[in-house]
Design a protein around this ligand. Structure first.
Ligand code: FAD
Ligand code: NAI
Length: 486
């Protein structure tokens, strides 16, 4: 007999698995279908984020940062290390163990919450309007199962964008999966794309000793970030971290030779250049993944860039079909995907009870971004260039980590925090950070903005001393030109 569910979630990344758990918490009979297999060919829940994204990259960033600290910074603390060495396979094994613990953890969470988990590719193939039922095929190799559900949540994520003139082999030409599985430090590493993956992966291998050259098409570095933060980051990454970053380039060809990869490109002055490296990471963005979903046959609307079209409640044009995460508009971030998953689950649960709950939409204007380089970069809300372009009058307050006691004790004094507040109302419009552990500090700014705080609100809140959070406090004071420690 065909198994029947209230909700079928397709995809078990942070959008899908969180949506499935929340649906189950709300009493909905839920199935989550996912096709991911790890490199041993074993089903592995968690999507890009847990398998080849957020979690493994942060594990390697931490290992490589520890190595770099031991090699270059411990000496300042009077700690002398002789014969320091690294064991890259151990780093990779540690990363794999962390991934396994988390992907296995999702299977346990599914069990605990009574979410049915099916492995295979989910394809929508029929809608019975009279019964309000979606029919879905789940294909795992030769095994095919049909299930049905009243509601569908599509959370099929994204895949790496490819360059037309080269294919990824994850040996010499790597995407994010390959970049996370290198077992020997390449002497020369090239990266195409100075975006988030390029910078994080470039940092990992630079810290472990590679000569890293990043080639970026845009003439400005890190265009999504606040300009001042981007300039500071570029300065630190090139002068202190030793990354070579060339912006404004045009890649002409990439050849894989026996011992190396050769990239021919035009530099910012349109001069022909050649880059020879041992391995090349291609990180030029990601594209929404709707392959094999049956969306075209079912008439699901997508925009010209392939994203499934949704309204502010993640509703698609098909009845009772929602879509969340990387496959829809908005930043491609795990926490954005998960919050959309929660919102949609709550919407479906209230709809099933006969009333639409339209208070649960995700606020796309207040989503924190973090880039886990060293120093870290984090922001939420508008950048200065966005405020200028929109003609919004604002006041800015800024404070450096150099003047903070905790940062000095840590020996991590690069960077600053900037608060942007509306010139009339003082409401905080954006907060931008570059410095130590700003991935953790940005949460305070997010809370403040969600509660529509003014810069004065932040300035009047007591912050522990000595702590890095005092830098945000002082930046808020600086909006009113009354920072105390500078
Ligand atoms: P995904 O995580 O991509 O999951 C989609 C799942 O659906 C996959 O398991 C896929 O196999 C499955 N699927 C697809 N089609 C079907 C089908 N037809 N049937 C069954 N299953 C299907 N974001 C952050 O917020 N912080 C970070 O630090 C961060 N680091 C990253 C580092 C890297 C190297 C990369 C590549 C990404 C990183 N991201 C980070 C982005 C983050 O991984 C994504 O935004 C997030 O995973 C999106 O979640 P999702 O649920 O939409 O999709
Ligand atoms: P990205 O969009 O961040 O950066 C891609 C870069 O490649 C851009 O700067 C772009 O101008 C450049 N580029 C594109 N085509 C090029 C070409 N032909 N030649 C040279 N440069 C070219 O994409 P990335 O780094 O692939 O990451 C994808 C997404 O994954 C991110 O946007 C982010 O949403 C997510 N992510 C998030 C992380 C985090 O939150 N810390 C970490 C890693 C990824």
């Amino acid at each position: 007999m065909t198994k029947s569910f209230d909700v079928a979630v397709i995809g078990a990344g942070p959008g899908g698995y969180v949506a499935a758990i929340r649906c189950a918490q709300l009493g909905l009979n839920t199935v989550c279908i996912d096709e991911w297999k790890n490199d041993q060919g074993v089903a592995s829940l968690g999507g890009t984020c847990l398998n080849v994204g957020c979690i493994p990259s942060k594990a390697l960033l931490e290992s490589s940062e520890n190595y770099a600290r031991a090699a270059h910074k411990f000496i300042d603390h009077g700690i002398k290390l002789e014969g320091l060495s690294m064991d890259v396979p151990v780093m990779i094994t540690r990363k794999n163990k962390i991934v396994k613990a988390f992907t296995g953890g999702i299977a346990m969470l599914f069990k605990k919450n009574k979410v049915t988990s099916l492995h295979g590719r989910g394809t929508l193939f029929k809608h019975e309007e009279e019964n309000s039922i979606w029919k879905i095929q789940v294909k795992n190799g030769d095994e095919i199962e049909e299930i049905q559900a009243e509601y569908v949540i599509i959370a099929t994520g994204s895949t790496p964008r490819q360059l037309p003139f080269i294919s990824v082999d994850n040996d010499r030409i790597l995407d994010n999966s390959g970049a996370l599985a290198i077992t020997e430090v390449p002497k020369r590493l090239g990266v195409i794309g100075a975006g988030v993956i390029g910078l994080e992966m470039g940092s990992v291998w630079r810290r472990l000793g590679s000569e890293v050259t990043i080639l970026e098409a845009q003439s400005n570095f890190l265009m999504a970030a606040d300009e001042q933060i981007a300039k500071e980051a570029q300065k630190i990454f090139t002068r202190e971290s030793g990354l070579v970053i060339q912006t404004g380039v045009e890649i002409k060809s990439i050849q894989v030779e026996k011992e190396q990869v050769v990239v021919d490109y035009a530099d910012a002055e349109a001069e022909s250049q050649k880059l020879e490296v041992d391995k090349l990471i291609v990180a030029v963005g990601r594209i929404p993944n709707t392959a094999g979903l049956g969306t075209d046959e079912m008439g699901l609307s997508k925009n010209e860039r392939g994203y499934i079209e949704v309204d502010e409640y993640c509703r698609t044009n098909l009845p009772k079909v929602y879509a969340v995460g990387d496959v829809v508009r908005g930043p491609m971030l795990a926490h954005k995907a998960s919050e959309e998953g929660v919102a949609v689950a709550e919407m479906i649960a209230s709809e099933k009870q006969g009333h639409a709950n339209e208070s649960v939409k995700v606020n796309l204007n207040i989503i924190p971004w973090v880039i886990y380089t060293s120093p870290e970069i984090a922001w939420v809300g508008k950048t200065e260039q966005e405020l200028k372009a929109a003609g919004i009058a604002y006041r800015a307050g800024q404070f450096p980590f150099m003047a903070n006691g905790r940062a000095r004790a840590l020996g991590e004094t690069s960077g600053f925090v900037k608060v942007l507040a509306d010139a009339d109302t003082d409401r905080i419009l954006g907060v931008h950070m570059i410095g130590p552990y700003v991935s953790e500090m940005i949460a305070e700014a997010v809370v403040a903005m969600e509660f529509a705080a003014s810069s004065e609100d932040l300035a009047r809140i007591i912050h522990a001393h000595p702590s890095l959070s005092e830098v945000l406090h002082e930046a808020a004071l600086a909006v009113d030109k009354r920072a105390l420690h500078i």
